[in-house]
Design a protein around this ligand. Structure first.
Ligand code: PGA
Length: 264
């Protein structure tokens, strides 16, 4: 894992946006894996700005989102399809027909999960996958105890996740307890993974992911098995890591190497 520790959430968003920008410049028809939650919003705003200024284009992009609530159709204000339209797709030059979010209103969710996997395979697989991390170490809606080789499937949300996400729902509004989520194995198949985490309330999860054992008890620890995972965090999210100075030193050396390669 490449651990990048930055000052604050704004720097984390800018660093993440740079990785997506580089990917789009390298391959205009990239397949992007996208995420919802509070953390990616600033990154999406930066991508929107760069798209509107003509620096990057999404016109040939295909996207797949990590997860969706089961029981909400895409027009529901709390659905992740609605979130993606509002936070990103409505503001960029992407063809919405090429954007995929698991169908929360699927008649047969089991079949829908297999179809979602098949569509990702048909598209050639995900080039770069954006992730957040839950306070309990989840990635997507892969809660603790999720199989480390799992594929897209129906998952029950933990009470911790339901409580964390209750802030998005009105007091009297139905909040789903089930989801469709890409599996951990699905996420590990992405060619590159970029996980963003900010704030002190993520510090325990970040510590377990980076310095804890590889375990289904912390689904994000599976990224230790990925050959190209970049963990971009702010100082607060890094505050419970033991080896902060070492990670900063490595990143410093990485940047020097990149500058050297660029000068060749
Ligand atoms: P957050 O969610 O970005 O809203 O903190 C992250 C997650 O649960 O994956």
């Amino acid at each position: 894992m490449q651990i990048v520790i930055l000052k604050d959430a704004a720097e984390v968003a800018a660093y993440g946006a740079d990785l997506f920008t580089a990917q789009l410049k390298r391959k205009a028809n990239s397949v992007l894996g996208l995420a919802t939650g509070s953390t990616p919003v600033a990154l999406y705003q930066e991508l929107i700005r760069r798209n509107q200024q003509g620096e990057i284009s999404f016109s040939q992009v295909t996207s797949f989102n990590l997860d969706e609530y089961l029981g909400l159709d895409g027009s529901h204000p709390q659905s992740y399809r609605h979130f993606m339209n509002e936070q990103l797709f409505n503001h960029i030059d992407i063809d919405k027909a090429n954007t995929h979010v698991p169908p929360g209103d699927a008649k047969n969710p089991i079949v829908a999960c297999d179809e979602y996997e098949a569509r990702m395979t048909q598209a050639g697989g995900i080039d770069i996958q954006l992730l957040g991390i839950g306070r309990n170490g989840h990635i997507g809606f892969n809660e603790p105890s999720s199989g480390l080789t799992s594929r897209t499937r129906v998952k029950t949300l933990t009470k911790a996740t339901i409580d964390d996400n209750a802030r998005f729902f009105a007091a009297d509004e139905y909040q789903p307890h089930l989801s469709i989520t890409m599996g951990i194995g699905t996420i590990l198949d992405a060619k590159k993974v970029v996980l963003l985490a900010t704030g002190e309330n993520k510090a325990d999860a970040v510590s377990a992911m980076v310095e804890g054992p590889l375990t289904a008890a912390c689904p994000a620890s599976a990224l230790q098995m990925h050959r190209n995972a970049v963990i971009v965090i702010d100082e607060a999210a890094a505050s419970k890591l033991k080896d902060v100075e070492f990670y900063k030193h490595i990143e410093n050396e990485n940047q020097k190497l990149l500058q050297h390669l660029a000068s060749l």
